[in-house]
Design a protein around this ligand. Structure first.
Ligand code: HAM
Length: 520
């Protein structure tokens, strides 16, 4: 059998991975210069955390999360599943007897586990345990030999109800691989009482996220984000502008060309509901002209209709009311201040009234950055303000938040399309000949590595021509040759592979030559 990485998931290999590391290091450098510290978050959290923060009705939560149940009681699970596979028949008394014996075992095991807490003591589980016990007592009494007091269809009904209740039990926690990290950052902020820290709490993260989307160029099921979040008591638009400035400083540092910033304000809990209702009303009027997805969203989340990319919906959307007309005074002023703050920083932007973003926690500022070379998945970064989220998750209502996440895969694609390539990582290849040369080669390799040079030392002796050709194919910048002559002269021959320049150097000169060439 041949194994392959699963759909939507991929390996990032050297030398490309070196480019990734460089980009990630630039993020660390730039973010540190703005006072951000790294937060390392778990890869999975409770489903409920994401459902509450991102929104139950969003695509991310309702369709795209990788969920699993995490439980210790593997045997209890197997037993309840075996119950579901049994079909007791009246004419086969031993099948009836076995069914009730297994059911009894499952129920008493379950009751015990609810007491010890191995099965979560949720109201649903406790209700199901009572229901199972009731069904069992009633049915086992009826279907006891020597005489059954019911028909096969009575028995089938009980079996079906018992089976359904047993399978509905939640034996462990419902967890999900993280589809994004803002919810986790806020959870961690609250859990560790970070609101007591002085000033704003500024955190960044780098790592994989998971969404079960349809894979295509720039869209994966395991993808990577570089993100930053600022949490604190103020919602001043200068903070929004500084977050955007930092993001653009990072893009400049990694040489991303032609990135475009789009901004919008989607209001807050005072003004947005009225806008959403107005939008819903207008959408109802043009319902028949919309596709199935947009029709459904009229009820669930009309704002998301503005995200539609269907060509036939564009002229309709163009005529819809715009949120800028409906912002309350405070939101309008916040948005105007954001634009002043961006101008102060000489940041170019374009307003896009349709930028509502797909996650429910946003309010006021939203922004996105697009980059060339990405086709339809051209958003390389998305972010915005989420002032109510900390409170929603049980933290202090006074904490506001703003942040963004860059899609690293897309950033890399765009950089590579523009010609960025990883530089060769191998500095020196040591071509040694003759067994006497090997100890000198080992010692030299160790010393060069201590000077932070990347060194390849062949384990076995090779013919000179073969050795140099391998050095070339490995992309080494230099080959250091150690043979009988060099040993006798206590010198090394070093060949620059790009142009064939060759010289004989003492050990001290060799170090100087190799380390200074790396700097240049
Ligand atoms: P998001 O817009 O869902 O926002 O994702 C941010 C970025 O992640 C996108 O712009 C895109 O570049 C990248 N991305 C998303 N899904 C995929 C995928 N399937 N494959 C490749 N790249 C993808 C968030 O995640 C928010 N947590 C951002 C944020 C932080 N808002 C405030 N703070």
């Amino acid at each position: 059998m041949k194994f392959q990485a699963i759909k939507g998931v991929r390996d990032i290999l050297p030398p490309e991975s070196a480019l990734w590391s460089r980009v990630e290091q630039s993020a660390r450098d730039v973010f540190h210069s703005y006072g951000y510290g790294e937060i390392r978050l778990p890869m999975f959290e409770q489903v409920e955390l994401f459902a509450r923060s991102i929104g139950q009705e969003t695509d991310v939560v309702s369709k795209e999360m990788y969920r699993f149940e995490d439980y210790e009681l593997v045997d209890l699970d197997a037993e309840r599943r075996s119950l579901a596979l049994r079909h007791p028949q009246i004419e086969n008394p031993s099948s009836v007897y076995t069914f009730f014996t297994v059911a009894e075992a499952v129920i008493s095991w379950l009751q015990q586990s609810l007491i010890t807490g191995q099965v979560p003591r949720t109201p649903e589980n406790e209700g199901l345990a009572r229901e199972l016990k009731g069904l069992y007592d009633e049915s086992a009494a009826k279907f006891q030999l020597p005489k059954y007091e019911g028909t096969q269809s009575d028995l089938d009904l009980y079996v079906d109800q018992i089976r359904r209740a047993a399978l509905a039990l939640r034996l462990g926690d419902s967890l999900a691989l993280r589809p994004e990290a803002t919810a986790s950052v806020v959870r961690a902020y609250i859990e560790h009482g970070m609101h007591t820290r002085p000033g704003n709490v500024k955190l960044y993260y780098i790592g994989p996220m998971f969404r079960r989307e349809r894979p295509q160029k720039g869209r994966y099921r395991q993808f990577y984000q570089i993100g930053a979040e600022l949490l604190g008591p103020s919602d001043h638009a200068a903070l929004d502008a500084e977050v955007i400035e930092m993001l653009l400083a990072f893009f400049a540092r990694v040489n991303l060309k032609d990135a475009k910033l789009y901004i919008n304000s989607i209001g807050d809990k005072n003004c947005r509901p009225a806008y959403v209702e107005r939008l819903r009303g207008e959408l109802q009027k043009v319902r028949d002209k919309l596709g199935a997805d947009s029709q459904r969203r009229i009820e669930t989340n009309p704002l998301r209709v503005l995200d539609s990319k269907l060509p036939e919906e564009q002229p309709i959307i163009d005529k819809l009311p715009r949120i800028a007309e409906c912002l309350c005074d405070a939101c309008r002023e916040h948005y105007a201040e954001l634009k002043r703050q961006l101008a102060l920083r000489k940041i170019d932007y374009e307003e896009n009234w349709r930028l509502v973003r797909g996650l429910d926690y946003y309010m006021r500022t939203t922004f996105e950055i697009t980059a060339p070379g990405l086709g339809s998945q051209n958003a390389v970064c998305g972010g915005g303000r989420y002032d109510g989220l900390v409170e929603l998750l049980g933290g202090p209502a006074t904490t506001k938040g703003i942040g963004f996440a860059i899609g690293t895969d897309r950033l890399m694609l765009s950089l590579q399309e523009a010609g960025a390539a990883a530089k060769c990582a191998l500095d020196v290849y040591i071509a040694w000949m003759g067994v006497q040369a090997y100890p000198a080669a080992v010692a030299l390799a160790r010393q060069l590595r201590e000077h932070n040079l990347s060194v390849e030392l062949p384990a076995q002796e090779m013919k000179f021509g073969k050795s140099l050709s391998l050095a070339d194919r490995l992309g080494a910048r230099f080959a250091v040759i150690i043979g009988e002559d060099e040993l006798a002269a206590r010198q090394f021959t070093v060949k620059r592979l790009a142009d064939g320049d060759q010289r004989r150097l003492s050990e001290a000169d060799l170090f100087e030559y190799l380390t200074s060439s790396r700097k240049g």
